[in-house]
Write a protein that binds this ligand. Sequence first.
Ligand code: ADP
Ligand code: MG
Length: 357
Amino acid sequence: MSQPSTLGQASHGIRISAVSKMYAGTSQPAVNDVSLDIAPGEFMTFLGPSGSGKTTMLSMIAGFVALTAGRIETDGRDISRLKPHKRDLGVVFQHYALFPHMTVARNIAFPLQQRSVPKAEIAARVRAALELVRLEQYADRLPRQLSGGQQQRVALARAVVYQPRALLLDEPLGALDKKLRDQLQREIARMHRELGMTFIFVTHDQEEALTLSDRIAVFNEGRIEQVGPPAELYERPATLFVAEFLGESNVFAGVADGQLAVVRPERLELSSRADAVPAGHPQRPALVTDIVYVGNHHRIGLRFADGTSGCAMRVSGAPLPAAPGESVIASWTPAHHSLVADSTTTRTEHQSPVGIG
Ligand code: ADP
Ligand code: MG
């Protein structure tokens, strides 16, 4: 365990109110009327495809990009127009910007020296930060003598050592290979628990978002489509975009008027006969196109009568309901579908530009 008394501090919330960003020379806002309350100590993730406005939103919180409209507060104080270093926020980006000529310990001490922290306290805090990221043995190394993952840990230590109000992380694991990424994910989750600090984490990786977050805000074209805990977003997607961005889904028309029913693969039942489906359960005939073994489960590819494709999931060891090329009846319990507006409706809603209407 590290020493929360040395590095931990009271948590702070962040309130984002009607924030927009229109970059000069562009016609579409990069961030479009975003409002979000981030609770003290929360692990909040901005998830979305490339270009959806995540980095722009995080950069406005950090103070690197000016707001076009709206305000950002920490603890009720408007910080929208403060210089980055006055906001008291820790920042870690994908490309670790460590000082190459300074040792690990001096890199971590740097923000404390800038803040004129007394020498003895600097030593204690650097030690605690090194312990937090498990790099005690590496204090005297230069960045180039470390692996990519270790350099990113140094960046993490340097970002939290001066006890910022919150830690902002923009795809910090994006440059690492899968195994290292998984390992650092667990480290970041542990750091969050030990520090109790507010974290805002940006990623385009849905699995990373589901694993780490207290809540996820799903970004699409500069707007937040939905905010909620991982299970809620997965089980109850509010829009087609959220359903399709987080995991796989089957999308069915004709279940409810003007809406689509979204059914997750593990909720889809497959039977050989229609009369085996319980009364009141929606059902669709399908063709099994392929079955793929994915280690802990089989993914059963389906094509429905209307030409759309989908899939079901069976844990390994469970009997498979059919073979490729065979027909099945797909069905589900109505309680297991989420009704969403179809994408054409969603799109018109989302097209009004900043400052109009
Ligand atoms: P994300 O981090 O989700 O990939 P960004 O915030 O980087 O998204 O980008 C959102 C949109 O803003 C994109 O369309 C991008 O091209 C545009 N954008 C980002 N930075 C600038 C800039 N400095 N000038 C003009 N447009 C920009
Ligand atoms: Mg980005």
